[in-house]
Design a protein around this ligand. Structure first.
Ligand code: 13P
Length: 257
């Protein structure tokens, strides 16, 4: 049984006060509960340390939204894997569609970052997903295959224990248009088959595949209930305890069943 992950990607939102208040609110929400799912929050870099402190020993983990692949040096504006670990992060999001499409990150760069994150001991959450025109042209699976092959080039089966995949159809991100549970399940099953053919069925069965794209309290149960959906990567609805709380609760409920 794969342990579910409920992750919040705060993107370029919150400020110091609201970010720490959100983190404290989430810590309070989970306190005293048996956390049968992994809960992860990914705030902007400047607030990572304060958020790490605010979640304390609640069991909520903190991750970066990106990192660079070199350990140190003249890379203005970049943040290394070691720096993230230094302030208590255990995870990093990589290849998010906003970085692919707005910041023009290619599969080669994402692959270098993924390998650096793994080598440094972080959990790498590799995001993949197709554009609307790619879906409409019937190219969803080809796009996913290319992003998986590119992002995971030279990543060994052993290293895959540190990798989580997030399927985020770009047309569903921030649009209010969620993939239907059937669409999500179909893409997740495809990704798992890809993992089985590249590695082994056993490995494919152990890798967690999260769904992201307009996940809200109202649709979380149904999405998380799909057999190949092992959690959620939540953007907008992760910015308040009122919205993210029920999504965590949905994960806890399903993981009990
Ligand atoms: P929304 O939940 O706001 O659609 O964002 C999804 C996302 O991009 C999470 O990484």
């Amino acid at each position: 049984m794969r342990r579910m992950i409920i992750a919040g990607n705060w993107k370029m939102n919150t400020d110091l006060a609201s970010g720490t208040a959100l983190a404290s609110g989430l810590a309070e929400l989970v306190s005293g509960k048996e956390l049968s799912v992994d809960v992860l929050v990914c705030p902007p870099f400047p607030y990572l340390q304060a958020v790490r402190q605010a979640v304390g020993e609640s069991g909520i983990s903190v991750g970066g939204q990106n990192c660079y692949f070199e350990p140190s040096g003249a890379f203005t504006g970049e943040v290394s894997v070691g720096m993230l670990q230094d302030i208590g992060c255990d995870s990093v999001l990589l290849g998010h569609s906003e970085r692919r499409h707005i910041l023009k990150e290619c599969n080669g760069l994402i692959n270098k970052k993924t390998k650096a994150a793994i080598a440094g001991g972080l959990r790498a959450v590799l995001c993949v997903g197709e554009l609307l025109e790619e879906r409409e042209a019937g190219n969803t699976e080809a796009v996913l295959d290319e992003q998986m092959a590119g992002g995971l080039e030279d990543v060994s089966a052993e290293q895959m224990t540190q990798v989580v995949i997030a399927y985020e159809p770009v047309w569903a991100i921030g649009t209010g248009k969620t993939a239907s549970p059937e669409q999500a399940e179909q893409a997740h099953a495809h990704l798992r088959n890809w993992l089985a053919s590249r590695y082994t069925q056993e490995l494919a069965d152990s890798v967690r595949i999260l769904y992201g794209g307009s996940v809200k309290p109202g649709n979380a149960m149904e999405l998380l209930g799909q057999p190949n959906v092992d959690g959620a990567l939540v953007g907008g609805a992760s910015l308040s305890v009122e919205n993210f709380g029920p999504i965590i609760e949905a994960g806890l409920e399903i993981s009990k069943a």
